[in-house]
Structure formats: C-alpha cells, structure tokens
Design a protein around this ligand. Structure first.
Ligand SMILES: Cc1cc2nc3c(=O)[nH]c(=O)nc-3n(C[C@H](O)[C@H](O)[C@H](O)COP(=O)(O)OP(=O)(O)OC[C@H]3O[C@@H](n4cnc5c(N)ncnc54)[C@H](O)[C@@H]3O)c2cc1C
Length: 318
C-alpha cells in the first residue's frame, strides 16, 4: 500500500499511474477533491490549454480555448471516478512515523500503514502574510473568490502579479473602487500577455488607482495606510485582497524529515529522476517540489512526476 498525501491533480495522477502498474494506493486529502482548484476564483480560466492538464490519458475537452475552474473540477472528479481511486477527504495528515517499507501515516482521524509515502501537498493552503497591524480583520482575505462581493466598495488589492491583476480588473468591472498597492516600480513581467494591456490601460486612464514602490502598512476598520514614495497616504477602505502569494507547508515537510535547501527557495531535497527525498521511501510530487519558487512549477510540467515515481516504486518492488 502506498499513501499519497493530497488529492490535487498531481496526487491523483500518481495514484492513477500506480494503479496502472497494479500498485494499490490511498489518497488522504485535508479538504475536498482538488481542494486548491476548488478555492481558485470562481471565474478563473486556466492559462494552459486543457490537453496540458490531462492525467491518466483521459481527454479533457473544454468549451473555450482554455478550460475554466468549473470544467477542471468536473474533469478531475471524473478522472478519479473512472480509475476508482481510494480517496479519504477532509482528513489532515499530521505526521509520518517509521521507515521505508514500514511507514505509519497519522491523520487527525486515523492511522494507516504504508510501504511508501508521496507528499503532493502543493502550496495553496499557506498564504504569504503581510505581517501588518489589522491583517487579522475579517475584511482582509488572501483568497479572492467572486468580484460581485465587492460591488460599490472601496477595495485595496496588494500585489503586482497575475492574481492581483485579474482581481483588479474583475472587481473594477463589477463597479468596485479599486486601488492597487505594488511593492515594485511596475507590475510583474510574468503578467499574462493578454491581460497586460488591459491592466496597463486601466491604470493609465485612472480607472484603477495604483501606488507603485509602495506598501500597505496598517489596516483599520474603515481605512488603510499606504507608505508611498511621496509619504504616508490614508484612504477609505472596505476590503483588502492580499494577493501576496503562497508557500508550501515547510513545517510539515520538516516534521516528515525532508531536508530543505538553505537558499531562499527552501526546496525539498530530492532525486530528480525518482522524486525520492532524503528520507528513503518518501517522495515529493507536484508543485510542492519548487519550495518558495511557486511560479515555475505547474500542473503542466509536474504531471510527469507521476510516471517517474510509479516507475521507481515498481522497480523497488521487483
Ligand atoms: C489562480 C491559479 C491559476 C493556475 N493556472 C494554472 C494553469 O493554467 N496551468 C497549470 O498547469 N497550472 C496552473 N496553476 C498552478 C496549479 O493549478 C496548481 O499549482 C496545482 O493545483 C498544483 O497541483 P498539485 O497537485 O501539485 O497541488 P494542489 O493542487 O495544491 O494539491 C495539493 C493538495 O494537498 C492537500 N493537502 C495539503 N496539506 C495536506 C495535509 N497535511 N493532509 C492532507 N492533504 C493535504 C491540499 O488540500 C490540496 O488539495 C494555477 C494556480 C493558480 C493559483
């Protein structure tokens, strides 16, 4: 038995590839199926075409040129059903005892024995906090969902990446009064090429306010402070969307005995061929492999981990 921690696209892909080789697995997921995608903005469209998101050779047909969140939820649900994967939802993995061939995986509900363990926990569950006064107020979120929530409200969006640009444009089109607060002199160069002119023009014409080289310094019930190059600015505020990114659960990785690189990326140490970590029999898969570098690994370029891991486990069984 192999235990896979996380029922994201890559956890599912690993379970499918193992199944094809006749190796039994069980996925433990702390939220719902493909929990990260479930928590993406409701109107979100993937930047990848659907063929790049396919797992287990199941065709993913989408209505537009790029699939939507809703289509992806249905696709991964059907893929899991088709392969009859064993998945435990709403169960949080807390620690893993034992050694290669004889692991014991402890969750908040149960314990399971496993010969091998795969960590496919992504990064979307842990937000990068701003660590400023007022961040704990209920009007502050790190997970933007639906623009309609912000109609006729004064909102501040923190960040200069794709998530911030998408949220700014969507909420502005729902008649929110939008102010962007960006730490750098410009938006990130990684902004999707079809979004860039839209956001640039909305800022240029003054429809969306933007403070560059600026930081939010305090959030209060009905206003916020922004430190700008021209001094401290206070503006009225109803909601703050902190699009400041996410990071893998380093605490869990360390608890599991996975070594992390000492540079700012804090990547788990693993063999690039097999994805096995320094703890024998324990593998990493999917975007968790990138550590703090959350913008270079996707479903597109990590779904191949499933074959690599399944092949290595098959070999080590024979
Ligand atoms: C807005 C947005 C748009 C994106 N668009 C694209 C795109 O177009 N193309 C593309 O290729 N990629 C895209 N990505 C990236 C990609 O969707 C995600 O990185 C992808 O979900 C990664 O898959 P994963 O299986 O590695 O991790 P995840 O999908 O994050 O799955 C990890 C799972 O592990 C679970 N988990 C975590 N900790 C525990 C625990 N202790 N116990 C049990 N379960 C746990 C989580 O709940 C989660 O369900 C996008 C990301 C974002 C945020």
């Amino acid at each position: 038995m192999v235990i896979i921690i996380g029922a994201g696209p890559i956890g599912l892909a690993v379970a499918i590839e193992l199944k094809k080789k006749g190796i039994e697995s069980r996925i433990i997921e702390r939220g719902t199926l493909v929990n990260s995608i479930f928590h993406y903005p409701v109107n979100m469209t993937f930047f990848s075409t659907s063929d790049k998101l396919e797992i287990g050779e199941i065709p993913f047909i989408s209505h537009g040129s790029k699939p939507t969140r809703h289509e992806a939820l249905e696709y991964y649900r059907r893929a899991a059903e088709h392969y009859q994967l064993k998945i435990h939802l709403y169960e949080d993995v807390i620690k893993v005892d034992g050694d290669d061939g004889d692991f014991e995986v402890h969750t908040d509900k149960n314990s399971y024995t496993a010969k091998k363990v795969i960590l496919a926990t992504g990064f979307y569950g842990q937000e990068n906090r701003m660590n400023i006064p007022g961040e704990e107020l209920s009007k502050v979120t790190h997970y933007y969902d639906d623009p309609h929530r912000y109609t006729w409200q004064n909102i501040v969006i923190v960040g200069g990446g794709n998530s911030a640009a998408d949220a700014a444009l969507e909420t502005w089109r729902c008649q929110a009064n939008v102010t962007l607060v960006i730490r750098y002199p410009s938006l990130k160069p990684s902004i999707k090429y079809w979004v860039k002119p839209d956001i640039d023009n909305r800022i240029k014409e003054g429809s969306i306010n933007a403070y560059f080289e600026s930081e939010l310094t305090e959030i209060r019930k009905s206003e916020v402070d922004i430190q700008t190059p021209d001094g401290l600015v206070t503006i009225p505020n109803d909601f703050v969307l902190a699009m400041t990114g996410y990071h893998p659960h380093f605490g869990l990785m360390q608890k599991l005995g996975i070594q992390l690189t000492e540079d700012e990326k804090k990547m788990p140490v693993f063999d690039p061929e097999s994805l096995e970590t320094n703890r024998r029999g324990l593998y990493v898969a999917g975007v968790v492999c990138g550590g703090m570098d959350t913008s270079s690994l996707f479903i597109e370029n990590t779904r191949v981990h499933a074959n690599q891991i399944a092949e290595h486990i098959e070999k080590s069984n024979s």
